[in-house]
Design a protein around this ligand. Sequence first.
Ligand code: ARG
Length: 289
Amino acid sequence: MDRPTYLMTDPACFDVSYRINPWMDPKAWSAADAAAARDGSAALRAALEATGANVEIIGAVKGLPDLVFPANAAVVLDGRVLMARFRHPERQGEEPVFRAVFQKLKSRGLVRDIVDFPEGVFHEGAGDAIWDADRRLFWCGFGPRSSRSAIPVIRKTFGHETVALELATERFYHLDTCFCPLAGGKVLYYPPAFTPDALATLRAHIPDSQRIEATDEEAAAFCVNAVNLDARIVMAKAPESLRTKLRARGYSLTEVDLSPFIRSGGASYCMTLRLDRTSVPAAQLHAAE
Ligand code: ARG
């Protein structure tokens, strides 16, 4: 089978110079943070490569610090790329840069086609549309960033079920900050991030035995924003409570110091974008080999 392939961005131009979420404080940003960001990004890349993954790097662009979060660039499944439309003007300049990146990937055969949301709809990519390989559906966040009206577009574009979850707070503004499906059907999530309706929906789809709740401390450490490959989870530095919880369920953790990125409101999941995800059930994939 092909190796999992992730996009990441060179962090050379990363900083916190504007504020579009409550984690961001431009006054608190220093040169030491920039150096730590380079180390953190390199460590994340190494952790992914250690799991056997391939990492493609996007070049940094001056004036676009949040380009380091390619999860927000698009929703990608079965080789189809549905391009993001960012809500905040601060990030809209990333759209043409990511488009050019996908066009190049297409010419290399790494993705198949590139499609767009209708105008007037906001959607921030895989940050708000998370593929659940076990349930074979997209969990879709909306509210602070992505529009609710984007969700039927995702369903039509990929031909798979979508479950809409409204986010209740500006602190957990993308679904990937508070919701992470894990291989085997378990889900790590942070209940206070959701509206009562969204919580009811989530719990109706996921039995209690498969729900792992993150505490305030675990969510604030951006550990729910994790990359999961089989039994392995790559995440920001975790409180002991979370290590214990996940190990007890058979997952092995690799932790990376991503503190400069957390100061922008992101961590391992949104610093990556998986390019080779397919909706074909694993059993069928193996049968075809
Ligand atoms: N500063 C970025 C923003 O507010 C962080 C994005 C993190 N991405 C994510 N999917 N959680 O847009």
